[in-house]
Write a protein that binds this ligand. Structure first.
Ligand code: PLP
Length: 427
């Protein structure tokens, strides 16, 4: 699990920027197919007959979106491309993933955090009071793929020349009809790899009339990094296949490779890093390659061959199964008591106070879940940047949010079993 917020310093953030590692399981680790980020299987890359709605989405992505390897790269590109006549401050929700904040910091902006209420809604009065001529942009996180409207501060934003960035990283899809998420007159950011098994993939679309500075601030992805990602995708194909021979061969190759790497690290003093740095770096990676443009060959193929219709339908089905099976269970309090027609959910988030007393037991029993906002950006502890109330609530949300997986490959029976386990652990 990630460490607590207090243990996280700006220095460690920098360490992570340069030493981060991918969150994919290595070939020898057990593959959990319900992970936060879906892992590719060979069948995911087969060509499919896509519906018209899906073709429109893919056309929009190829023709209008800026594509890079992660949503944090897209955010960085946006912040660096904002017109210099705009203000110098970015407003960010107090409850967030640090990867939303760090790109703005790296792009040289001041940060102000605005309050998110306990039900994840925005304190729009606070936002209206915070926006002024120095506000370049406000980031609105669309938590778990639910639409959080900015209507209540649209006018103030427009008067102050402040751009609204809708962060749709949790789910880039909306349904009824199936479409690329986001509303008019805003910039929408996406993290494709959260619901499509493409391993990397993020981007943004600018639907405002404002022209972004066309200079690209992201670097071209390196061939070595691309080879590494393609290799991991192939490993995932093998680990998710039925061939024990291939799996064994891969495991042997991995253990041979690891031994060689360990030997060469041991023989070089320069390579030594302190255990603390290693742990932190593994838990919160932001590395330069995440700010790379374009996708590796296999990620690209996986992105454009995903059956979006099926993914959205299965995720909605799973969310509704959780709603049905958890109704009346006092121990489990969902954030959302219904699923609006237009939502393709990232997860089924619940409020679980003192989550850290239970999460390791749930994990041990194989209950598929992940956390969001467990670690807040270190700037949240700066009293000049956030109100006491906003900090208090964001810390509460940070400690109490648990996301039950709505992964498209999960079925009803598996959800029933995991909820039974969760009940006995929480009870
Ligand atoms: C709201 C939000 N935006 C952006 C990101 C960053 O996405 P990526 O991993 O594609 O950089 C995250 C990561 O979880 C997130 O939760």
């Amino acid at each position: 699990m990630w460490g607590g917020m207090k243990a996280y310093t700006p220095q460690l953030l920098l360490v992570n920027i340069f030493r981060g590692t991918y969150l994919l399981p290595s070939a020898t680790q057990q593959v959990n197919k319900f992970m936060q980020h879906p892992q590719p299987e060979l069948s995911d890359i087969r060509k499919k007959n896509l519906s018209n709605d899906q073709r429109v989405i893919y056309e929009q992505i190829t023709q209008s979106a800026f594509i890079c390897q992660k949503a944090r790269g897209a955010l960085y590109q946006i912040f660096c491309s904002l017109d210099e006549t705009l203000g110098k401050t970015i407003l960010i929700p107090a409850f967030h993933c640090p990867t939303v904040v760090q790109p703005a910091v790296l792009a040289g902006y001041k940060i102000q955090f605005y309050k998110i209420n306990e039900d994840l809604s925005i304190d729009t009065d606070e936002v209206n009071n915070m926006i002024n001529a120095d506000t370049a942009a406000i980031v609105v996180i669309q938590y778990f793929g639910f639409s959080f409207k900015s209507d209540a501060f649209k006018e103030t934003a427009s008067i102050n020349n402040c751009i609204i960035i809708e962060d749709w990283s949790h789910s880039f899809l909306q349904t009824s009809p199936l479409r690329l998420a986001g509303s008019n007159n805003s910039i929408a950011t996406y993290s494709f790899w959260k619901i499509i098994p493409c391993v990397v993939g993020g981007g943004f679309i600018n639907r405002t009339s404002k022209i972004l500075n066309s200079t690209n601030y992201l670097k071209q992805s390196s061939t070595i990094e691309n080879i590494k990602i393609n290799k991991r995708i192939i490993e995932s194909f093998i680990n998710n296949s039925n061939s024990e021979t291939l799996k064994n061969a891969l495991a042997k190759f991995e253990s041979f490779r690891k031994k060689r790497v360990t030997n060469s690290v041991n023989s070089s003093d320069n390579e030594k890093i302190s255990p603390k740095e290693t742990i932190e770096a593994d838990h919160y990676p932001i590395e330069p390659s995440f700010f790379a443009k374009d996708l590796p060959l296999l990620s690209n193929a996986l992105l454009y061959r995903a059956d979006l219709e099926l993914i959205a339908r299965k995720r909605r089905e799973n969310f509704n199964t959780y709603l049905e099976l958890t109704s009346g269970i006092n121990l489990i309090t969902p954030y959302f008591s219904m699923l609006p027609d237009d939502v393709c959910p990232w997860a089924f988030p619940i409020v679980l106070e003192n989550r850290n007393q239970f999460d390791f037991k749930l994990r041990k029993e194989g209950v598929p879940f992940f956390t969001f906002g467990e670690q807040l950006h270190p700037l949240v502890s700066d009293i000049k940047l956030i109100s006491p109330e906003a900090r208090k609530i964001s810390q509460y949300l940070s400690n109490s949010t648990l996301c039950l997986s709505a992964h498209q490959k999960l079925n009803r029976q598996e959800i029933e079993i995991s909820l039974d386990k969760a009940k006995s652990i929480l009870g």
